[in-house]
Design a protein around this ligand. Sequence first.
Ligand code: ARG
Length: 472
Amino acid sequence: MKNTLSKHTTDVGRTMIGTIRVDVLAYTAGKDVELDARLVDADCIGSAAHVTMLAGLPLRPRIFSARAGARIVAELVRIMHRARRGAFTITLQDQDVHLAVERELTRRLGELGRKIHTGRSRNDQVAVDLRLFAKEQLLATIEEALALGAELLIQARRNRGVPMVGRTHLQPAMPSSVGLWASAYTEDLLDDIRLLKGAYDLNDQCPLGSAAGYGVPLPLDRQQVSDLLGFRRPIHNVLHAGNSRGKLESVILSALSQVMITLSRLAEDLMLFTMPEFGYFGLPPDMCTGSSIMPQKNNPDVLELVRARASRVMACAQAVMDIVKGLPSGYNRDLQETKEPFMLGLTMTRASLRIMAPLVAGLKINREALRRGFIPAVFATDHALSLVARGMPFRDAYHYVKKHLEELEGLDPAKAIALKTHVGATAGLDFAGMARQLTAERNFVSAEKRRFFKAISRLLRVPYPEEMQNAE
Ligand code: ARG
């Protein structure tokens, strides 16, 4: 049996595609054949910019005429359309999207297609593809984080006067409110968005023209390519352009990890506070899952999976850093392996943001259960501070209250939360300010999208993305 298997493996190995054993091709292409399907748009857009720049180079003879350049761009748009219909496939023979697009161009345009790879390498091609992909993904992620932040703010405003026990060490600590709890997560997300924008800024630089990592002896106009693609600037040093691959992905994944940490903690709070023993909140019934044996069950599987996926996104960030940290400078094939965790991290984070928004919007707030949580001890610190207000030194008030806990009976939670009026406390929350911050970030995303889509539409000579929006 063992012999048959190994004979079989050897036979498959000996099959050749061109000059390379098919098992070597399969091993080296890895998941690219599948993952690169998500990079077809980016690869065609990057190629369109490269060709447009080549057509303008003052070389005699010209590499392309302006007309030939336009023909190639039109063909690239056709490939994008075909990919959308599922009629463009990347084969093992292609290895990746770059060679698949070149193959298709050559099939349709002959000689012209064979010139397209002039002055570039798959190394700068994949780098630009991933940055174009990341740009759209990051903007969409920020939008989705804003949508969740807005739902949390709606709950916070609606329930600003609903008392909720504030906890430390999970033990009852001080009077708080649903408004404070919910809008804390809005602000967490606003912080995470700043990290996403930092990653976005780093991403917004064009590596194209660095070729294999050492430039080419052709007068490439790297600034023009960067402008055509709507990047802020070209990456200056061509070796750095290549070396930044993987490191950039790890920065983006680290920002995504922060988003997931926020979501995971929100999920944890919700699992706790929706337990029947608490009953503070109720989950939307249509977002709970049942049990195959226990008819009564309404399980928070969504929240548990958000918690688990936070671990997985963090593992993606770690995987990329592990791959990159030991690499010598210059391109190494190891970098290909950063693609899967990168895409996976983005997909999981975005899906988690999208599922949490309707879940938060559908939360039922149970005022009675929240009020029942107010055991008298919750008022201890507030009571001590009321003695301070009458002139007692705090430490004396502290010991007095500790000895006279019975004085805390019958205090009113609603009054207690109304008394905390300083900035950011239960009665000092600037909901309008938070709403303004959400709006400012929304405006940032729209302006960036407009700028990017305008550049790409001009480059492709068709409105992008109206006809071709990347699904997902
Ligand atoms: N699929 C490859 C990657 O993701 C493309 C670059 C291949 N370059 C090379 N020199 N073999 O890294």
